[in-house]
Write a protein that binds this ligand. Structure first.
Ligand code: GLN
Length: 308
């Protein structure tokens, strides 16, 4: 309903008053500079993501409309996003509630780690061990948003997934994502620590992006990480408190000859490859991410016919 409920004189703002016209490009430039001065490395990208979100359009749409004036109401929405990004250092994924991963658009909240590009290296590696025609059973340990399992599920329509997490709140996000992607019939969530929710079961492939950041590095990390669940990031002084038991026990949930693919940081690779050997896993090797850092280790559980 159109009604004139305002009382008293209104400030005169003519539509095209130059001093009040902010175009898309003006806002992007101003915000990118502002973010840079706040120490945000991805300043221009973040500005574009937030402005596109405030305008309800795709990022590419900004480029078509550089000269378009942005309405005051949209500027208000944008201004608040910019403030929270710059002052509170809330990650863009949390401000938008979404993050792209492996061509999927995933829902993200502060209950989960926003999926990182380097984790796509894990997905790529895992796909090599998932034959397209096979009805493989896959376990994703510490699934968070469900990113890894759902990316694999989107590529392998025959495979079935069990996704675990210690956090029930994270599993709710994972289930929401599975639902949005139409993958619930092959994606089951279970709450619990490490192998506890799958005791006695066997899988063809186990994938995991466990917490592996060293506690001692916490003070030096980007402020954005403080908005993500610490339980998904940190694992003891060297970041090995989950990785080690994970590698030591993974053989108990793998079929003979089954594969494990696990994300970690490069400095942990030598010790964890050794750990694979101690755990009776074979063919352990590391894979580099797009930045050239060793990011994933893969290893095979001994086949019944394999060397003893
Ligand atoms: N790669 C992530 C980061 O450094 C860490 C992910 C993890 O601990 N699983 O932000």
């Amino acid at each position: 309903m159109m009604s004139q409920t305002t009382s008293g004189p209104q400030p005169v703002v003519t539509e095209r008053s130059p001093s009040n016209t902010w175009t898309v490009l003006d806002l992007l430039r101003w915000t990118a500079d502002h973010f840079t001065s706040c120490g945000i490395e991805t300043a221009r990208l973040d500005a574009e993501c937030l402005l596109a979100f405030a305008l309800g359009i795709e990022r590419v749409g900004l480029y078509i409309d550089f000269e378009k004036p942005v309405e005051a109401a949209e500027r208000d929405v944008f201004r608040e996003l910019v403030r929270r990004r710059a002052k509170e250092r809330i990650p863009v994924a949390q401000l938008l509630g979404r993050r792209e991963f492996w061509s999927l658009s995933l829902s993200v909240t502060s209950d989960v780690l926003a999926p990182r590009p380097e984790t796509e290296t894990l997905v790529e590696a895992a796909l090599r061990y998932l034959p397209a025609a096979a009805e493989s059973r896959v376990l994703d340990l510490g699934t968070g948003s469900g990113a890894i399992a759902l990316a694999l599920a989107s590529e392998r329509p025959q495979a079935r997934f069990v996704a675990t997490d210690v956090s029930e709140a994270a599993l709710a996000v994972a289930r929401k994502n599975a639902e949005a992607l139409g993958l619930t019939d092959r994606f089951e969530t279970r709450q619990g620590t490490l192998f506890e929710p799958v005791a006695g079961e066997r899988f063809d492939l186990v994938v995991s992006n466990p917490p592996y950041v060293a506690e001692k590095s916490r003070p030096h990390l980007a402020p954005e990480l403080s908005h993500e669940p610490a339980i998904a990031l940190f694992a003891g002084p060297e970041g090995l408190d989950v990785l080690e038991p994970l590698i030591k026990g993974v053989g108990t949930v793998l079929v003979p000859g089954g594969m494990a693919a696990i994300e970690l940081s490069s400095e942990q690779v030598p010790a964890m490859i050794e750990c694979c050997g101690e755990a009776g896993l074979v063919e352990a090797s590391s894979i580099r991410d797009l930045a050239g850092r060793e990011r994933v280790i893969v290893a095979r559980s001994r086949g019944t016919e394999g060397p003893r």
